[in-house]
Design a protein around this ligand. Sequence first.
Ligand code: HEM
Length: 225
Amino acid sequence: MDTLIAFFSSSIGRKVLVAVTGLALVLFLVAHLIGNLLFFLGPDAVNSYAAALKGNPGLLWTARIGLLAVFILHMMNALTLAIRNRQARGPQYQQKDFMEASAASRTMALTGILILLYVFYHLSHFTLGLTHPEHFSMHDAQGRHDVYAMIVHGFSIPIVAWGYVAAMLITAYHLSHGIQSSLQTLGLRNENYVSCIKQFSVLLALLISLGFSSIPLAVQFGIVG
Ligand code: HEM
């Protein structure tokens, strides 16, 4: 046990934790995106999906607590590593690292914090119903929480819809570096794969971001509503 604690407190242990939790968050995003795309199938598909999730509180709360734990582990360890790296390097190395690292990798802490702020807003909007309670209290003809109407009303407000699109661009930027970095930490470091992994990361980041953005954009352009 002591050895495990020592490993996960070391820089390499923390890097592994950041990589594993980062990839777990990407899996959550892909699953959340697939659920969200039901929006294009209409109100019944979205509302019955949401009702099915809420109808299984044991599973829902296990997933929520697991997700929160993964999120906290990811952030705390990533920030600890970023601070340690900064402190460990002298100014001459900082200059060299700055020139070698990509802009996305240099801004991971900043984009991560912006994503955290977005998640706070998102939860108070769609999960807690704090920002627009009038959108949250609607029910469909079967008496289910009208998640479809909540999304349409929410994204009919231009600042909300475009704010989501901006947040998705920031998420894409964070993921484009985060996915490749995690895969490399976990051992995919073979010279032959490096460019392939980079392309895969950028493509997946863009697909996730475009997928999520398609919903506020579809509402704003009157394609769905
Ligand atoms: C257009 C984009 C998105 C839409 C329309 C959307 C929609 C929703 C909705 C409707 C819920 C509440 C589900 C319910 O209580 O019935 C929800 C929950 C949530 N969303 Fe999103 N989401 C989007 C993007 C994102 C992104 C990019 C993230 C993460 C960075 C995210 C993270 C979450 C989390 C953590 C929850 C709470 C899950 C729970 O209730 O336990 N969402 N989302």
